[in-house]
Design a protein around this ligand. Sequence first.
Ligand code: ZN
Length: 436
Amino acid sequence: MRVAIPELDPSALYDVTVEDGHFSSVRAVAERDENDADTPELWPGFVEAHAHLALPANFDDSLDDPRISALQYLYHGITHVTDLFGFPLVKDGWEQGKRELGLPWPEVVHCGYAATATKDIDGHYGHGVEFPAPVFMLSVQDDLDTVLAANKARGATFLKVMYTEGAEQPESSKRFSRLPGNLLAHVPRVAAEHGLKAVIDCNTRDEVMQAYAFGFRIFAHPVRDVGLSAADWQTLEGARFVSTLSGLRPMIMEREDFLREYRRPGFRETQDLSNLDFVSKIEEPFGIQYEVQETRTAALVNMRDNSLAALERGALLIGTDCGNTGAFHGDALKGELDLLAGDDLGKPGLREALLRTATTTARGFFDELSGREPAGDLIAESSPATFNLIDPAAAGQPLSQLPRATYVRGTAVDRTALVRAIQDLRSTPTRGKVTV
Ligand SMILES: [Zn+2]
């Protein structure tokens, strides 16, 4: 096939062949015309950097069969998924689909059940216990070994720690969960002794600065209470942040926003359509109901600003927090790219930087959390042929466009077959839902 490969040389066209699931040749053959709106770009598979496969994304609180989630990812060209807690609850179904459906399947890494704090003296729980997926409790330092061993037994290859209270309000000093600083200070070190990376869930600048001082470097969200200053970024050298705009945004969206965003290609084909019925009846944003509309709107502005600042510094990971209500597997990552691009998609280099971050960079993150050796060059002779073919910049499409084609280890993904498999699962007595 004749393609452009911006990751190798944006000014060249290549001839690429695939045999036995691997690239058999990748040869530069011509110069690329930047006005060429037809020859596709070849990018590695997309990677979701922050998912929750066992949380109910649907507005009726139902949880889709994990086989459906896997098919939703593939439909959108997402070949790798980082689950930031919950996966053990749906692992059997996920693996059953991989065995039985005879379709390419996404790869997943996960953190077991993660850790949070117990209830504090004011009656506030550690963030994470509000979700219908178990997390282990940390109370004293000795709990750490138990929590790490238990996570490992669940198949975890990294640790996720819930540190935020998640309900910060302007001018309120109450920011942290009960998880005490003197305990948190040991977590990255003890995790490292177990050979595990530690991801921390924080929201505010104060939380991030404190966690950074304790040795955490991977943050599950960007800072959302303020825009970080140049001096802050200097202090946070080596820290990385997952964007997660899609997980928060449904809180503040109007009916028209939902209906517009859920028109993204592939939504109707893959998602539970009762969600469209639900949002078409929304009278006012949830944020107004919960009296957080202004703070969450401001939070999203800060999160995007901080994400773009992170992108410039090579500190951004693109993930969605999908599994939270209204952020759907597969679809949300495409929405996330549109939200990050905003009205700036034409800005020199932004489109390529976002695509690189959602593919090559995120794959490095996935491999790192998996504890495996990094995959090395993703687009090279003898590397697994897992990639998407995407319309070039000159075609003027938003980043939420569907890939023209997706290949997983040399096998072309047949979208019609995926939709049929989803429909089959949704037409069973359980309507494609599971209870965990
Ligand atoms: Zn999350």
